[in-house]
Design a protein around this ligand. Structure first.
Ligand SMILES: Nc1ncnc2c1ncn2[C@@H]1O[C@H](COP(=O)(O)OP(=O)(O)OP(=O)(O)O)[C@@H](O)[C@H]1O
Length: 242
């Protein structure tokens, strides 16, 4: 479980997060929506110690992330908004293998994980391609595969659909749903809730550094009224208020 306990944080005395308290349980698929600048990325970056709270704490499986960020990085897979920042190798296969290699796994297990992760993001057979030659959407899928190959207990994704076409988006969503069904806690920040509400267990939304919505998906479309997120609407009504 990832627990945010009264997390307060600011950049250079500008308050960004204001006492955020929520838990993401194992096996839960939680979507985090909210306007640009509402604090979603800042909150997610607390999950593996990239940022530490000014006040309050974040616990991963009961361990304070500030006290043991390495433990958090082992169990929390992160997919960042800008995948180029995440690559460490030149080719797709080498990049996806990097994390499992650092865990000291046997070659056969590394190869199995790489193959499964590439399959999950529709990049089967492309391990030898150079990342720099891929499209933006394909690079996003490599970044997601890299996180999946770690087989983390928790998966935290920040706008992972940027640049993905519809089949790739659908494939990633299906994979996230399957991971949650297998017990992985999934926390997904996105503005675009198309297809997502039907898969999520819970929808959170932030405004000005606070969680202002925490609802099951069935209620979320109404709760999100007025927030700048793309929400599927009932037939005959516009489906976007981006
Ligand atoms: N490194 C930084 N230094 C100073 N301010 C920052 C820094 N990173 C983010 N901020 C500010 O913190 C606030 C929250 O940003 P954050 O990226 O968490 O929002 P967000 O909800 O993820 O937005 P978006 O939907 O645009 O990704 C914004 O006002 C942003 O300008």
């Amino acid at each position: 479980m990832i627990e945010f306990r009264s997390v307060t944080f600011g950049f250079a005395d500008v308050p960004i997060l204001e006492g955020v308290s929520r838990s993401i349980h194992d096996g839960q698929f939680v979507v985090l929506a909210g306007a640009n600048g509402s604090g979603k990325t800042t909150l997610l970056r607390h999950c593996n110690g990239l940022l530490t709270p000014d006040d309050g704490s974040v616990l991963v499986d009961g361990v304070d992330v500030a006290a043991d960020p390495i433990a958090a990085r082992t169990s929390v897979g992160m997919v960042f908004q800008h995948p180029r920042d995440q690559f460490v190798a030149a080719t797709v296969g080498d990049d996806v293998a990097f994390g499992p290699e650092n865990l000291g796994l046997e070659r056969a297990e590394i190869d199995r994980r790489v193959a499964a992760a590439l399959e999950a993001v529709n990049l089967r057979g492309r391990a030898d391609e150079r990342i720099e030659t891929l499209s933006g959407g394909e690079q996003s899928r490599v970044a997601i595969a890299g996180a999946l190959a770690m087989e983390p207990t928790h998966l935290v994704l920040d706008e992972p659909f940027t640049g993905l076409d519809e089949p790739a988006r659908r494939s990633v969503l299906d994979r996230l749903e399957a991971l949650a069904a297998d017990g992985t806690g999934v926390l997904l920040a996105t503005h675009d809730l198309r297809d997502v509400l039907g898969l999520a267990d819970r929808v959170l939304a932030m405004t000005d550094g606070r969680i202002v919505v925490d609802d099951p998906p069935a209620r979320a479309a109404d709760s999100l009224e007025g927030l700048p997120v793309r929400v599927p609407r009932a037939r005959g009504r516009p489906d976007s208020r981006c």
